[in-house]
Design a protein around this ligand. Structure first.
Ligand code: ATP
Ligand code: MG
Length: 348
């Protein structure tokens, strides 16, 4: 029986994970669940944002459903005690190196997209971003030049194993979608990108069924706005992926709709909405639970191999929206629980 760790966290985290849990329960898949505190909630109950018992549960579980962390009452704490450290710690401890962010426009949400409705409707893609390397983790520092000016530097580097493992996640992701992978780099000017491109091409020999293309990141940023329908899966490095995935999420509409997955390459993963703890609306039953419900669908698909169940959840969200179910962020009046009800009802 697969074990799902539920880490609700702070702010709206408990409200939205409760709805996702209800959807998973309604599917009757024989899953077992264990819950543990994380973030500010864990700091207040156990003195640390990622207590040993929570980390132990995360390690034992087959997959993790995560709400959100962040609590204004913790702003003055030392950095290592702040809620946000919990997610960084989980990524590191679990070796979660691949971040998947689908961007898809759901029916009736064309007005919420930053793009023209006729192009926005075509968005249905996943960005696979490398999470543990690149310029964020290279040597960095501040020094003084010979002429006395301050100079900051950050070394960008990737080794071939790091590129190969994220490339494989990209190809595997494309395989369960439309079979198209676009690798994004800046190989015309960066050595890291030249290696990136070479390794992606080498790995592609193992995936003859996937149509591979390459694009420079500047062009990709433009194409994402001009014609997003051309993309199925994008695989890219940490820096480029950081920027492109935020850009793609604005193309797709409300922050309350977008799920994400962070994977370790063996199928284990942490699944969470891309939004934060939203302290401004916490405890009021106003949060849109769809991003977390869709994260649960990704959990079924990527960690448990339950594609049919994942399809059912995604179809139910679509059906609920088509039927007019809307929380406040989507211009409606439904509460968090009522939106969850609408999705559960639409499961059929
Ligand atoms: P973090 O640093 O954790 O990402 P943040 O302050 O950047 O947090 P969020 O917590 O994501 O941002 O909130 C940004 C805005 O979006 C807030 O006004 C919040 O109320 C709104 N928001 C976030 N998630 C939801 C949701 N699920 N439903 C409705 N509104 C949301
Ligand atoms: Mg944020």
């Amino acid at each position: 029986m697969p074990l799902i760790a539920i880490l609700p966290g702070d702010g709206i985290g408990p409200e939205v994970t409760a709805e996702a849990r209800r959807v998973l329960d309604a599917l009757d898949l024989g899953l077992s669940f264990e819950e543990a505190p994380v973030g500010g909630a864990a700091y207040f109950s156990a003195g640390h944002p990622l207590p040993p018992a929570t980390l132990d549960l995360a390690k034992r579980a087959d997959a993790i459903l995560f709400g959100a962390v962040g609590d204004p009452r913790c702003d003055a704490l030392e950095r290592h005690l702040r809620p946000e450290q919990a997610i960084l710690g989980l990524r590191k401890e679990l070796g979660l190196f691949a971040n998947l962010r689908p961007a898809k426009l759901f029916p009736g949400l064309e007005d919420a997209s930053a793009l023209r409705p006729e192009v926005a409707g075509a968005i249905d893609m996943v960005i696979v971003r490398e999470l543990n390397g690149d310029v964020y983790f290279g040597e960095k520092g501040m020094r003084t030049t010979a002429s006395g000016r301050r100079e900051g530097y950050d070394i960008m580097s990737y080794d071939e194993d790091e590129v190969a493992r994220i490339a494989k996640v990209g190809f595997e992701t494309a395989r369960v979608r439309k079979g198209k992978l676009c690798s994004v780099d800046k190989a015309n000017v960066l050595e890291t990108s030249q290696l990136w491109r070479d390794v992606v091409i080498e790995i592609s020999a193992q995936y003859p069924d996937i149509a591979l293309t390459h694009m420079y990141v500047d062009n990709a940023a433009m194409q994402l706005v001009r014609n997003p329908g051309q993309f199925d899966v994008i695989v890219t490095g940490n820096l480029f992926g950081d920027i492109l995935s935020d850009q793609a999420s604005m193309c797709a509409g409300s922050i309350g709709m977008l799920p994400s997955a962070s994977l370790d390459g063996s199928g284990k993963g942490l699944f969470e909405p891309i939004h934060g703890s939203a302290p401004d609306i916490a405890g009021q039953g106003k949060a849109n639970p769809c991003a977390t419900i869709l994260s649960a669908a990704m959990l079924l698909r990527y960690s448990l191999g339950m594609d049919a169940a994942a399809d059912r959840v995604e179809s139910a969200v679509t059906a609920a929206l088509t039927g007019g179910a809307r929380t406040a962020d989507l211009g409606g009046t439904l509460s968090t629980a009522a939106m969850g009800d609408a999705v559960v009802k639409a499961l059929g």
